[in-house]
Design a protein around this ligand. Sequence first.
Ligand code: 5GP
Ligand code: ZN
Length: 114
Amino acid sequence: MEDCIFCKIINGEIPSYTVYEDDVVKAFLDISQNTPGHTLVVPKKHVQDIFEYDSDLAAAVFSRLPKIARAIRDSNPDIKGMNILNNNGAVAYQSVFHSHIHLIPRYSDQDDFG
Ligand code: 5GP
Ligand code: ZN
């Protein structure tokens, strides 16, 4: 979709640090990390929010989360947990209107990040 920042990242028009990629999703580091390793998992198909997923796309995208979460965890022994969240709609704090799932690592020395 034109003028969608995440479509541009997926198409390689805007640089990003790729964590994982296959035919269904691209996962890349958030430009403004809540904690080190904060990653966004983004369906390659442009869907605005959870309300636009069909069940096949939801199954394909969400089934990839454990593998990506393990890869992030295994990249740093200090990662002891992870928040997974997904904002839908401006009133729910969505700011980029191409659906994405946040993977936010949590560390043994608990951080002060939100
Ligand atoms: P939301 O608030 O929609 O749930 O999350 C959007 C996220 O996208 C924010 O955490 C923000 O930092 C991130 N973001 C916005 N623009 C860019 C960008 O150009 N590149 C990357 N890697 N992340 C971005
Ligand atoms: Zn898009």
